[in-house]
Design a protein. Structure first.
Length: 361
């Protein structure tokens, strides 16, 4: 499957590449990341391979990420309309300003205007609520986003890192009031982070939100770079993220990924990405690349088709244990009425049919 094998994001008509280019590492302002020149090469190559979906945020690398992407679009204006540019709001870029972040109307409008300026574009294709703001009524957030859509400054809206119940509340409110609703869900999802399968994934399947996983390689822990053999010898740029997950469980998983990679003549990273892509509801997986070689390697995951046995092998090593209310489902099998189990969580038959490859969810 190539990058130009476009899929619709959830129940929307927005067509995106199966792998999304994450721009969190564009810029070296935080002491790590890609240089401006390398970032431009990565963008060029991703587009050359057929990719159209690029994801950033208003505060990535102190806003430099958006500017790097905007400079690229500014130099190649003919590319703008075929690209799906996604950015996020919520983070406070202005310390000391109580309205400099969050999800209130004043903050949202200001963040959108500044992102448009940095991105050198008239509209944002997909505007993400980066994180739930507990201090702002969800009605205010959704109304402000609707105003941006009606003004033509935003095409679609999505939500990231927010509880399932709050997302459900927001979308039901939007449906009843005739407002734009969230079409995408951006969450951390990998073989080492499957807690989202308890509430967020079933919610996304029910509402038809296309899932775009971030950190599918768990900050590089599943890149193949860190193994039992070189434990403690590899220096990571973001060691704070990795130190807590480089343990025996991870090394056992990397061993299994390595074995499967050899069966496919592939790499550990590609197999880990292929597992994420194979999960129900996943539309487009976000891949980050600090170097062009990393992009080339990760894109190769689209050629890896894991067998049912290989998926089961990886599931057995990482299957999460959920408590109430999922633990009650086996007690009432007669109530399932033909439903199926998705990653150990019961799922009712769906009427809207989210299509992914040859499967319908």
């Amino acid at each position: 499957m190539p990058l130009n094998h476009y899929v619709t994001l959830g129940r929307s008509g927005l067509r995106v590449s199966p792998l999304c280019l994450g721009a969190m590492t564009f810029g070296e302002d935080l002491g790590w990341g890609s240089s401006v020149e390398e970032s431009q090469r990565i963008i060029d190559r991703y587009i050359e391979l057929g990719g159209n979906f690029i994801d950033t945020a208003n505060f990535y690398t102190k806003s430099h990420s958006e500017k790097i992407l905007g400079d690229h679009v500014g130099r190649h204006p003919a590319r703008r309309d075929r690209l799906v540019i996604a950015t996020k709001f919520s983070g406070n870029l202005y310390p000391g300003d109580p309205n400099g972040g969050g999800s209130g109307r004043k903050s949202i409008i200001n963040a959108a205007e500044n992102s448009l300026r940095r991105l050198q574009t008239d509209y944002i294709d997909l505007y993400w609520l980066h994180n739930w703001d507990i201090h702002t009524p969800i009605e205010e957030t959704m109304a402000a986003l609707e105003d941006l859509v009606r003004a033509g400054k935003v095409r679609y809206i999505g939500v990231s890192d927010t509880p399932a119940w709050k997302i459900a509340q927001a979308n039901v409110l939007a449906h009843f009031r005739g407002w734009s609703s969230f079409i995408g869900l951006q969450i951390e999802y990998s073989l080492l982070e499957r807690s989202v399968e308890q509430e967020l994934v079933p919610m996304a399947l029910e509402f038809g939100l296309g899932i775009t996983p971030w950190s599918p390689l768990k900050s590089g822990a599943l890149s193949g770079k860190y193994t039992r053999a070189n434990a403690g010898q590899q220096k990571a740029d973001r060691s704070a993220f990795l130190d807590q997950v480089l343990n025996e469980k991870t090394y056992a998983l990397v061993d299994a990924l390595g074995a499967i990679a050899r069966e496919h003549g592939s790499t550990v990273a590609r197999v880990a990405l292929a597992w994420v892509q194979a999960q129900p509801g996943v539309s487009s997986t976000i891949i980050g690349a600090r170097r062009l070689s990393q992009l080339e390697d990760n894109v190769g995951a689209l050629e890896v088709k894991l067998t049912a046995e290989q998926l089961a092998r990886l599931d057995a090593l990482t299957q999460p244990t959920f408590g109430f209310p999922q633990s009650m489902q086996p007690m009432f099998p007669s109530l399932h009425n033909g439903g199926t189990t998705v990653n150990g969580v019961f799922a009712e038959p769906s009427s809207f049919g989210v299509v992914k490859g040859d499967k319908v969810y």
